[in-house]
Design a binder for this molecule. Sequence first.
Ligand code: TZP
Ligand code: MG
Length: 210
Amino acid sequence: MDDCRLYVITGENYHPGRSLLDVMERALIGGADILQLRAKETPKREVLAQAYALRELTQRYGVPFIINDHIDIALAVGADGVHLGQDDLPLAEARRILGPDKIIGISTHHIDQALDAERGGADYIGVGPVYPTGTKPGRKAVTTDYVREAAQRVRLPFVAIGGITLDNVDAVLEAGAVRICAVSAIVGSEDPAEACRTFLHHIRLKQMDH
Ligand code: TZP
Ligand code: MG
């Protein structure tokens, strides 16, 4: 997780007519260095099939593979970890089931949740949605203020997420994020590989400033 810079999550409705595997392989070719399967509207058996396929793909590219929500599917396919929201199974229970070696990521929307996740033994946290996003409707944007606060107060690796595009990523990096996570700006792009390369270019330019 420490080395991760560009975290890409699947998005069910963002690539009509293109296969999930093709889109995600393009992201990996572009340099995505961690991948998550997030499928809120897909029947569970189909999510399982997608998870097996993405496990094989990510293994081929040597990239960690995380599953959103489904601890059972993560175990079944041998994923590297899970990502859980504030209303999912509590972190302590997830850790008990998964053991010490699996990655557990927690979505946070406030610094108190971030510090709780840190104390509870999460491996990383999500910080967002930074901007309003159709991928997570109804969730208020936390703005770059929370990114700035997380950068100052959270020791755990964090990924900034939510409405991040090539047009606003510099502001998120400026606020102190070093890891960027995106769905629509990558999987909804004409050319996911090129989108990843451009995100990584912005991230590296910012790193060189430090
Ligand atoms: N959690 C916080 S915002 C978000 C998730 C899963 C959606 C991010 O998607 P996008 O399309 O990059 O805004
Ligand atoms: Mg969840």
